[in-house]
Design a protein around this ligand. Structure first.
Ligand code: CDP
Ligand code: CDP
Length: 218
């Protein structure tokens, strides 16, 4: 594949999405929020009242997923679910779906198709390890658990939602542990990933770092 890809992976609320979107904007590239696909699969399964202990049913729900992406909004079955998929309950459900090999397989092609000219910045858990192993720049983005939980609380409050720091910290930890420990495509840095701890870094500083790394490679 000749389309250039920047892959950004890391634990929940480390800032991957924000940085990936801004980097894509700066380069005039496409952006893939792969986590949104897992969140959509989870929302579809929750709404269809599928048992989360039934891998075949979760796989079927993911296979029949037909989301639409329009003007920065995400639609599922004719409904704008852009906000609904961001609930932390959906994040936890997404990490359960994401441990099912059939679900990952069902979403693989959707993700690969996002790699289009002039380039793609993709964020998730396995962008550099599984989905885009050919990515020229791979970044594993982290931040301390405390900073990540605080960032997510601020994000939820800015959307007018109530957020409890202790409960959210537990949810993020549970999700990260499940993501790290699963058998398929676990959360881990690719062997050739650059590690970036953003605990003490502002958004502009991180974007500058990523763009700097990209230009060094070219
Ligand atoms: O995609 P991911 O869950 O890793 O994180 P995000 O949704 O992009 O970022 C979580 C929150 O942290 C957002 O509200 C960002 O604006 C904020 N953030 C930050 O304060 N400093 C950074 N260096 C990166 C993100
Ligand atoms: O934004 P945040 O970091 O909280 O989560 P997300 O990127 O929206 O991903 C939600 C969940 O989907 C994660 O906890 C993972 O279990 C799963 N996921 C995955 O397994 N592989 C990806 N490439 C992206 C997300």
């Amino acid at each position: 594949m000749t389309v250039p890809v920047i892959a950004i992976d890391g634990p929940a609320a480390s800032g991957k999405g924000t940085i990936a979107q801004r980097t894509a904007d700066a380069l005039g590239w496409h952006y893939l929020d792969s986590g949104a696909l897992y969140r959509l699969a989870a929302l579809a399964a929750l709404r269809a009242k599928v048992s989360f202990d039934d891998p075949a049913a979760l796989t079927a729900a993911a296979q029949s997923l037909a989301p639409q992406f329009k003007d920065g909004r995400i639609w599922l079955d004719g409904e704008d679910v852009s906000e609904a998929i961001r609930a932390e309950t959906v994040g936890v459900a997404a990490s359960k779906c994401a441990a099912v090999p059939g679900v990952r397989q069902a979403l693989f092609d959707l993700q690969r198709r996002a790699a289009a000219a002039p380039g793609l910045v993709a964020d998730g858990r396995d962008m550099g390890t599984v989905v885009f192993p050919e990515a020229k720049l791979k970044i594993f983005m982290t931040a301390s658990a405390r900073v990540r939980a605080e960032r997510r609380v601020k994000q939820l409050e800015a959307r007018g939602e109530k957020a409890d720091l202790a409960a959210l910290t537990r949810d993020l930890e549970e999700r990260d542990r499940r993501d790290r420990e699963r058998a398929v495509a676990p959360l881990k840095p690719a062997a050739d990933a650059r590690l970036l701890d953003t605990s003490e870094m502002g958004i502009d500083e991180v974007v500058k770092k990523v763009l700097g790394w990209w230009s060094e490679l070219n």
